[in-house]
Design a protein around this ligand. Structure first.
Ligand SMILES: C[S@@+](CC[C@H](N)C(=O)[O-])C[C@H]1O[C@@H](n2cnc3c(N)ncnc32)[C@H](O)[C@@H]1O
Length: 313
């Protein structure tokens, strides 16, 4: 049995992105919005992980589960128990309340439903009952939506978080570069999750805005004011949110120049584009190892394409 159960939540437009992110964090995709794994990840590092369950006991038989919990002799003040309804669980509401009561009586201590010291969860999935500690996505990263300097072209926070996870493959030690960092939307999420990231942008004002945003939230990360072609330091992975549209207009040449220059300093690229850049990527000696498209809610004709690329050979 795996140690953790993750539950997921995402908009229909972000379903493929959620699956792409899950392949790089967990080496597998969520199924029915659930994923069992031995890999421990902080739910708040992703926009799509709703919660993590740290499994304490499990059994196919409900009474056996309750006896197992009693045997653990758990003594804790201020606990709370939640019932999570997963796909295929037909337990009626009244029965769910009775079961929560059973768990409550199996733990020594007073409950606190408003500010619990610890939250436990009971759930049923595919014939098995689980009792676990529940760690929720604390959504503290929503504060980044109120960053002092924003930019009309910035990608959504959800995409930014996914790009960091795809680039880092859940390894906080990996040295990442945000090659076209803009005002730092991606860098903020990387810093929040404890990733090792630096940024670069050709536009001086934009760089200053990225620095302001980072220091506003007390994050420390280098932002280089430079054309990406002049960066020589090597990184384990680079994220490129390519310029597009009126505000950051870019020709095919500019795009090739950015991809080729970044390809010189890393063996792994995660690129965001609004057009099909398959051939440009292939020409740099990289292969596309994964891909997904994220459409914008309410805008059928606008999609961001995310390309995961590895150096050939
Ligand atoms: C789509 S925006 C990035 C937005 C960013 N992800 C954010 O959230 O603010 C693309 C950025 O690429 C930068 N850029 C364009 N050409 C560049 C180059 N050759 N080297 C570095 N940055 C470049 C632009 O100044 C612009 O800020």
């Amino acid at each position: 049995m795996n140690k953790y159960i993750y539950s997921f939540n995402c908009d229909i437009t972000e379903r493929d992105l959620c699956k792409l992110e899950s392949r790089y964090i967990f080496n597998k995709e969520e199924q029915n919005k659930l994923l069992f794994s031995d890999i421990k990840v902080e739910p708040s590092s992703s926009a799509f992980i709703r919660s993590r369950l740290d499994i304490i006991s499990f059994s196919e038989d409900y009474s056996t589960l309750i006896n197992e919990i009693k045997k653990k002799d758990i003594r804790v003040e201020g606990f709370k128990v939640e019932y999570l309804v997963f796909d295929g669980d037909t337990t009626e509401y009244a029965d769910r309340l009775n079961k929560l009561r059973d768990i409550g009586f199996s733990i020594e201590g007073d409950t606190d439903y408003y500010s619990p010291t610890i939250t436990y969860a009971l759930c049923y999935y595919e014939g098995v009952w689980y009792f676990a500690v529940l760690i929720k996505n604390n959504i503290a990263w929503h504060k980044h939506k109120q960053k002092p300097c924003s930019f009309s072209n910035s990608i959504s926070v959800n995409i930014a978080k996914a790009l960091v996870n795809i680039a880092a493959k859940a390894n906080k030690e990996k040295k990442l570069l945000d090659a076209c960092c803009g005002v730092g939307t991606i860098m903020l999420e990387a810093c929040f999750a404890g990733n090792n990231i630096e940024g670069c942008d050709i536009n001086e004002k934009t760089c200053n805005n990225a620095r302001k945003n980072l220091s506003h939230f007390n994050y420390t990360a280098n932002v280089y004011h430079s054309d990406i072609k002049d960066i020589s330091k090597r990184y384990e992975a680079a994220i490129i949110d390519l310029p597009y549209n009126l505000f950051t207009s870019a020709t095919d040449n500019d795009i090739s120049h950015i991809i080729e220059s970044t390809a010189e300093i890393t063996d792994r690229l995660v690129i965001v584009s609004t057009s099909d850049i398959r051939n440009l990527i292939i020409n740099t000696g990289f292969r596309i190892s994964d891909y997904c498209s994220v459409s914008k809610r309410g805008k059928v004709n606008f999609a961001r394409k995310i390309w995961v690329c590895e150096k050939n050979g």
